[in-house]
Design a protein around this ligand. Structure first.
Ligand code: NAP
Length: 426
């Protein structure tokens, strides 16, 4: 790879002591939004995590409602391991106290544009590392503007997008870049990903999508380089536009359609490319994989059309109100059986400027927006809590980062140990 993640700024002498202080805090991790649909699953994941229990580290559940938090903790039989902290999303004093008490905050309280900004500001103020499962790119662009420089100089890792959006895309592209350099001594100039997904919809996800579409953020959402530093934006971005049509892809030998998460994941991978120096020629795109044959071709065509029509229709407030009425409500989501029956598979092809190709695959069983998301965000938080010195660029590195730039191989290995497939073919 052309460059390691940036080191902390020179002259930031307070950084080491602040990082050392973080390791001495009362809690290793605070799970904020623990009463939500995904939040409850993060509590269950932590309560059952043998390595975390063996570490003896203390953790806590946090949110705005004490009774609900007690119920969630009792349902996971976590009373001996975890405390409860109360902090509403707009209570700055309580969020300050929460951020001061822990080395890491893991947040699942969304829409993040509504409930996340004061929490991140408190984390940056107190040098507390932060991970979440947002897919709200315009909100993260605001975090970059307000907090990247301070978090970089204090060695604080603020890492959004640690769920299904966008860990498979970001680690997948990063793994192919690493492997291409190691095996052929050159970078990938093109990486493309094709997803197969079986899963359900959470009320919180729908609320977040509707919040973006109903606000002035929709235009920013369409910018392919929204999350990149201005100096790393190509002058002509047209070659990076989101796909809108079906295509028969020779590498995947399959019909592909636009992937509904592409407008999120591609921005995150491009930010990793800028932070990690993938090179100016780097190109990343992703798709939904439909398969081969005329039925798959028809499905790709109708999905492309319905995505285009659906996006235009959702610009109307009446259509959004109808979608909100029909969708699950905040706090709701798929049944246990549906979540267990879900799965995802992300196939990747990386190509160098001289034509060498590598293939990779990231896959897991379980609903990607719940089971895989819970695994990915919890293991991201545990990278920070349990392995801070092994992280890319060392413990003093910080900023508003991406999963690949913040965690790299440490998260890859943790997810493999947790049963997820992350491979580059021989
Ligand atoms: N990356 C991914 O793949 C992925 C997957 C799933 C979800 N998500 C995102 O994750 C977020 C949560 O999804 P979900 O399905 O878990 O949503 P949810 O069930 O509606 O949970 C929302 C959480 O936010 C809390 N909250 C609401 N208002 C608050 C306030 N004023 N102060 C403090 N906490 C407040 C809720 O607390 P109460 O219980 O007290 O209301 C609840 O804990 C959404 O933004 C969604 O888009 C991402």
């Amino acid at each position: 790879m052309a460059a390691a993640p940036g080191r902390r700024a020179a002259g930031a002498g307070h950084i080491v002591s602040r990082t050392a202080r973080a390791t001495k805090r009362r809690y290793a991790v605070v799970l904020y939004g623990a009463t939500g649909f995904v939040g409850r699953q993060t509590v269950a994941y932590f309560a059952a995590h043998a390595e975390l229990s063996a570490s003896g580290l203390r953790w806590a559940l946090a949110g705005r409602n004490a009774d609900k938090l007690e119920q969630v903790r009792a349902a996971c039989a976590a009373e001996q391991q975890a405390d409860i902290l109360i902090a509403s999303a707009d209570d700055h004093a309580a969020l300050d106290a929460l951020a001061r008490s822990t080395a890491v905050v893991l947040s699942t309280a969304g829409p993040f544009d509504l409930y996340g900004s004061a929490l991140v500001a408190a984390c940056v103020k107190h040098g507390t590392h932060y991970v979440d499962i947002t897919g709200e790119t315009p909100w993260v662009q605001g975090l970059i503007t307000r907090h990247h420089a301070t978090a970089a100089s204090s060695g604080t890792r603020i890492v959004p997008f640690c769920g299904f959006d966008s860990v498979p895309s970001d680690l997948g592209a990063w793994l192919l870049m690493q492997a291409m350099q190691q095996r052929h001594g050159v970078p990938c100039v093109d990486v493309k990903a094709a997803f197969t997904v079986r899963g359900g919809l959470n009320g919180g996800t729908m609320a977040s999508v509707l919040n973006i579409l109903g606000s002035a953020q929709a235009a920013a959402f369409a910018d392919p380089f929204l999350l990149c530093p201005p100096t790393r934006r190509p002058t002509d971005v047209s070659g990076h536009a989101d796909p809108t049509r079906p295509r028969l892809d020779a590498d995947f030998k399959a019909w592909l359609a636009p992937f509904f998460m592409g407008p999120i994941n591609t921005r995150v991978v491009r930010r990793s490319a800028a932070l990690l120096g993938y090179g100016d020629a780097f190109h990343y795109q992703e798709y939904l994989r439909l398969g081969a044959g005329p039925l798959a071709a028809a499905a790709a065509a109708s999905l492309s059309l319905s995505m285009g029509v659906g996006q235009r229709a959702m610009a109307w407030s009446g259509v959004r109100a109808l979608a909100a009425a029909l969708a699950p409500k905040p706090g709701e989501g798929p049944s246990e059986a549906a979540m267990d029956g879900g799965s995802f598979r992300c196939e990747l092809v990386g190509t160098s400027a001289t034509g060498q190709q590598l293939r990779g695959r990231i896959a897991d069983r379980g609903d990607p927006g719940n089971r895989a998301t819970t695994k990915m965000v919890c293991e991201s938080a545990l990278c920070l809590a349990l392995e801070p010195s092994a992280l890319p660029a060392g413990p003093g590195f910080g900023g508003v980062l991406t999963p690949a730039s913040a965690f790299g191989v440490v998260l890859v290995e943790r997810l493999r140990r947790a049963g997820m497939t992350l491979v580059v073919d021989a």
